[in-house]
Ligand binder design. Sequence first.
Ligand code: URA
Length: 271
Amino acid sequence: MRTLKQLAVDALSNLPMQGQMTIAVDAEARAILREWMLAARHGIQTPAAMSPPAAVATPPPTNAPQTVEEKLEWLRSKAQNWKAAKALGTLRDTMVFATGTPHARLMLVGEAPGYEEELQQEPFVGPAGQKLTQILAAMGIQRSEVYISNICKFRPSMGPQQNTANRPPSEAEIAACLPIIQAEIRAISPACIVCLGGTAARGLLGHAASVASQRGKWFETQGIPTRVTYHPSYLLRNDTITARRAVWEDMLAVMQKLSMNISEKQRRYFQ
Ligand code: URA
């Protein structure tokens, strides 16, 4: 039986998925919230926290998405007409959601679809995608075994001169789409997340620092261990042993985090 508190938390968590980023609260509610906030700041338990509300007799709505597949399908349909993104007028119309398995232990997050991805409506299918597939293969993983998504679900527009060129999403475009990827993470609950490039790290972790200064460490996204590494397109532009080694070291750390077997050959790839 779900409690009133659980139902309220679920309802509030789902609001961003419906494109609603704020809710109106009256003066009385504001005063209560302020009291709770001050109490939390001082480590004091509020009466509400000490005595959880009684279980609610009404069952949750039966049409609410239950399985991870249903949740993602629902999210995909919401993302299609994502008001916050459409309102910007700087993103193209085609929504590119995600690829891979909803039961993945590893989730990889890029920045935004490019020309090829928009055409095929699938993330990472262009040259950067091929590089990513190669990296995964070196780890002994197939694309179908992981979940691959992007911070921004629409290809950033280049304006009237649009050609095959791509650009990274702006801060506003990242912020507009962020609730979608956050909801995907909640639905999938992977064991480990990899931010492919600085844009993904800026969105998920709020980090504006360079990838070079973030890689080699563990962070957390919604409580999930998160690694930041270079974007595959960076490797295409800088095909140096240093860059390749850096990405491989991050991937070895990811394999270790996932308790995967690491062969001697894999361990010594760059030695
Ligand atoms: N680059 C990304 O970040 N995502 C894609 O889907 C393709 C290229």
